[in-house]
Design a protein around this ligand. Structure first.
Ligand SMILES: [Zn+2]
Length: 386
């Protein structure tokens, strides 16, 4: 079963927003009682305190979801505390409403109860309707200016015939497939981030509230633009995987942020650039898109992915004449560092997930000719062969 949610912008009227406010207060009320009496299971809470919710004027089905929302937050808090993480008491600030009961999706509308025997209709747009085909709606969430519908469908995971290895770098994302290597340039992402921080630095007024508002606006705009840019790349990667029946392999970058901390002997600018890369956003997007289409995703150890030759398995040397290139003495070839890394990730993935008995060295020794390298501008996705 694969799950995803479809979001649509929609501005709700006053009375529906006040319903969301009641829901929010109900969730906060449940959290407060749960904290006081140390309850974090829905069963126990509803048997003890369901009666107390009668003070809220809202259809009773929403009381159930409010309790389960509150208990979910408290259970998460307990898990975090068990792992020794710092936690605050949960509290909901913005009005919203969730439910998995009593809502209906017809050809053009989403309808949900707002009072006994009274329903509210939301007109869905064309995109949402097209996405709702052949899926099972599970629940809906509304906020004062959006609706999200959570849907699921049964997906049969493919048996991979090929492997796509993805290497995430500062200025590009390189993937190696069965037909060649594709390099998505991501220079634009760096400039989006640089611009955004310049704009924020230009703020001079001595007023904390205005400053916070301004900073949040710019931060939100920046992350929207970055996300949008990465969506193009992740969509293209998953489409290629579907076409070639490949599984997608990433390097396991746990702890990458520790590499660029203060006092690691790197400059401020360098650290800022490397720490601003959205490694995990790309991973998140590829993961959910892949699970929706039945493409498996795996991880391999990044150790030595840019030290060994993907063709003969020998050790590589720095190329003194080209920056970011590496030289293999056996093959007498000089290749791009990022291309080598993505090929090695793909081979590691192949030996680990598709060829469990083979040794990594065996796979390394496959006779591979020099790969075809395509350079792609991430924003346009027009292929330029080189
Ligand atoms: Zn070699």
């Amino acid at each position: 079963m694969a799950i995803k949610s479809i979001k649509q912008n929609y501005t709700f009227s006053e009375d529906i927003t006040s319903l969301m406010n009641i829901f929010k207060e109900m969730v906060n009320f449940c959290i407060k009682i749960g904290l006081q009496e140390n309850i974090s299971t829905l069963k126990r809470f509803s048997s003890l305190h369901y009666k107390d919710l009668s003070q809220f004027d809202i259809p009773s089905k929403y009381k159930l979801t409010a309790m389960s929302q509150a208990m979910g937050r408290l259970a998460q808090r307990k898990r975090d505390m068990g792992k020794g993480r710092f936690t605050k008491s949960p509290f909901v600030l913005k009005p919203y409403l969730v439910s998995c009961y009593d809502f209906k999706i017809t050809a053009m509308f989403l309808s949900f109860p707002i009072a006994n025997n009274d329903k509210f209709l939301v007109k869905l747009n064309e995109y949402t309707i097209s996405q709702l085909k052949n899926v099972e709606p599970r629940s809906f969430t509304i906020t004062p200016n959006s609706i999200s519908i959570s849907v699921r469908r049964e997906v049969v995971q493919i048996i991979p015939e090929n492997v796509i290895g993805i290497d995430r770098n500062l200025r590009n994302v390189t993937i190696s497939t069965n037909v060649g290597t594709i390099m998505y340039k991501t220079n634009k992402l760096l400039s989006i981030k640089e611009n955004s921080s310049h704009v924020r630095a230009s703020f001079t007024r001595n007023d904390v509230r205005t400053k916070n508002k301004f900073f949040n606006q710019k931060k939100n705009r920046q992350s929207r633009r970055v996300r949008q840019y990465l969506h193009k790349i992740s969509k293209d990667v998953v489409e290629r995987a579907v076409k070639s029946k490949s599984m997608i392999v990433f390097e396991d970058l746990k702890g990458i942020r520790k590499l660029y901390r203060r006092s690691n002997g790197q400059g401020n600018k360098y650290r800022r650039r490397l720490n601003s890369w959205s490694y995990f956003e790309l991973l998140r997007q590829v993961e959910y898109k892949a699970s929706w289409t039945g493409i498996p995703v795996g991880f391999v150890d990044p150790k030595r992915t840019s030290q060994l030759c993907p063709i003969c398995g020998g050790r590589l040397q720095e190329d003194r004449f080209h920056r970011r290139k590496l030289l293999c003495i056996n093959c007498k070839k000089s290749m791009d560092r990022d291309v080598i890394a993505s090929m090695n990730i793909a081979y590691k993935g192949w030996s680990r997930f598709c060829h469990p008995r083979g040794l990594p060295s065996e796979v390394m020794n496959r006779n591979v000719s020099t790969p075809l390298i395509l350079r792609v501008d991430g924003s346009k996705l027009i292929e330029v062969q080189k």
